[in-house]
Design a binder for this molecule. Structure first.
Ligand code: G16
Length: 543
């Protein structure tokens, strides 16, 4: 096996976004594109000589080819070993767990998360640090800097490794351990949750539908829900990962998981419904006749986490991203625990989790997780819900209604304007930013602005400062609107408008969210001129 050095040149715009580098698949497959970026990761972390890495992905188109390239580059550059899932599959949370369990020098995850896959879809790659979490900004800055100076990479000339079976093999002088992607993760889940209680729940006739959306969670859900917990065969649907996710969009929200929503809203719906995304870190939670929004899910999980053995001793604190609703804040206040507000991006939770300041974290973008790994974790959220249901034996609808009665309800919605021309999106955003200082006291329709600022974050653990993390406008009613430009899209700009209004009147807790938010929606339009700037009459996606 020969090591060869390939001359290359920097490629434009290989800048990691909210979670790694995400581009159109054909862009990633272009000459030197993947290799340049892998080299930049290796350079950005000080080389891989003597290091051990975890490698795996969500199985999307090009996952298999990219994994072989990364293995050959790691071997050529002196890595001591790579632990890789069978067929180069690993869910993102399972990869995070393996990095921690095996004490590796980090890992490479092949995924564009919930974005569609296939030759016309998206591909992505990110580096996770030895704590198992997405690389923080100082590391991604070094990686980006390396993409701008890369001039060559070394790679082994070798045949593809057979990754179809567990076992240990060698590539040049590098050890490659191929393992079952599910086993270690399933064992971890067993330490956190009362599997006996959940088995008893299923044995009592409790029914569930889990939609794996043709993505990586399928094998995990089959093994854990149907295999270990005794859920009826057929509970897991769309459970075989496919390179283009069955032609679908593996984003677990009411738009893309509409089939699940329809089933859960039917009179003969199962008791509990859930879905997960491309790489298994996001979740959607439903009960018969009810949809539990991600912000509410975080709040309820926080209120009930003590019911699961892994959290029986209570939570050290909770954290949510800034655009996530304040529902969890009220639970934290009632329980007397710290509640942190971070910028969007799971990487910002890493320090809080490492320092033992937060146990649970969550985001409006369908992510919830805990200190068991350093990624959000879709199936973990589903299992915590199951543990709560097993312990309370209450219906999802009753749990949700009871929660709102006790804490009030944060009506919440996100309106996305996708693939907007970047200059138009920037004009809206920059124009609004320039006017923030003059908004307080102004009235827009029924609402008066109480505060307006651009969110910035000072990490309480390492003191790092992250500026320009979204524009937030609070109203005297207690409601708010937040404007952000997404950092995960691959075409044009995506404008996210996050809308929230607080309701504590027991007679008004059961309204339609868009209706309850009508004043906030109208004020957002009046303040920012969304229609004029984007040229759109309505959002592309409402969640
Ligand atoms: C990633 C991040 C999340 C973030 C989400 C959306 O999730 O890990 O923290 O909330 O993107 O980010 P944006 O609003 O910038 O598009 P995932 O599931 O895509 O890896």
């Amino acid at each position: 096996m020969q090591k060869i050095t390939v001359q290359t040149r920097p490629i434009d715009a290989q800048k990691p976004g909210t979670s790694g580098l995400r581009k159109k698949t054909h862009v990633f497959m272009g000459p030197h594109y993947l290799e340049n970026y892998v080299q930049a990761i290796f350079d950005g972390i000080g080389g891989v000589a003597g290091k051990r890495l975890v490698l795996g992905g969500d199985g999307r188109y090009f996952n298999d080819r990219a994994a072989q390239v990364i293995l050959r580059m790691a071997a050529a550059q002196g890595a001591a070993g790579v632990i890789v899932g069978v067929n180069a599959l690993l869910s993102t949370p399972a990869a995070s767990h393996l990095i921690r369990l095996r004490g590796t020098d980090g890992g490479l995850i092949l995924s564009a998360s919930h974005n569609p896959g296939g030759p016309e879809g998206d591909f992505g790659l990110k580096y996770n640090t030895p704590n198992g979490g997405p690389a923080p900004e100082n590391v991604t800055d070094r990686i980006f800097a390396a993409t701008q100076t890369v001039s060559q990479y070394t790679i082994l000339e070798a045949h593809d490794l057979d990754l179809t079976r567990p076992g240990t093999t060698a590539l040049g002088e590098m050890t490659v351990e191929i393992l079952d992607p599910v086993a270690d993760y399933a064992a971890l889940m067993e330490t956190l949750f009362d599997f006996d209680a959940i088995r008893a729940l299923f044995a009592s006739g409790f029914t569930m539908r889990f939609d794996a959306m043709h993505a990586v969670t399928g094998p995990y859900a089959h093994a854990i829900l149907e295999g270990m917990l005794g859920a009826a065969p057929g509970t897991v649907v769309n459970g075989t990962p496919s390179p283009d996710f069955g032609g679908g969009h593996p984003d677990p929200n009411p738009i893309w998981a509409k089939d699940l929503v329809d089933r859960m809203m039917a009179p003969d719906a199962p008791d509990f419904g859930a879905a997960s995304d491309g790489d298994g870190d996001r979740n959607m939670i439903m009960g018969r006749g009810v949809y539990v929004g991600p912000s509410d899910s975080l709040a309820l999980l926080t209120a009930h986490a003590h019911r699961a053995p892994g959290y029986a001793r209570g939570l050290k604190g909770v954290a949510r991203s800034m655009p996530t609703s304040g529902a969890v804040d009220r639970v934290a206040a009632a329980l007397g625990m710290a509640c942190y507000e971070t910028p969007t991006g799971w990487k910002f939770f890493g320090n809080l989790l490492d320092a033992g300041r937060a146990t649970l974290c969550g985001e409006e973008s369908a992510g919830t997780g805990s200190d068991h790994v350093r990624e959000k974790d879709g199936l973990w959220a589903v299992l915590l819900w199951l543990n709560i249901l097993a312990d309370t034996r209450a219906s999802m609808a009753d749990l949700l209604a009871g929660h709102w009665r006790r804490y009030g309800r944060n009506y919440y919605s996100r309106h996305d304007y996708e693939d907007v021309a970047a200059d138009r999106a920037n004009a809206l955003y920059d124009g609004l930013r320039a006017r923030l200082g003059s908004l307080a006291g102004q009235t827009f329709g029924a609402l008066t602005v109480a505060s307006a600022d651009e969110f910035a974050y000072d990490d309480p653990v390492d003191g790092s400062h992250s500026a320009a993390q979204g524009l937030r406008i609070g109203f005297t009613s207690g409601g708010r609107v937040v404007f952000r430009l997404s950092g995960t899209g691959t075409v044009g700009a995506t404008l996210r408008v996050y809308l929230e209004e607080v309701e504590t009147d027991p007679a008004r807790l059961d309204r339609d969210a868009q209706e309850a938010l009508a004043d906030v929606i109208a004020a957002a339009e009046a303040i920012a001129g969304i229609k004029a700037h984007t040229g759109r009459e309505a959002p592309d996606v409402i969640t």
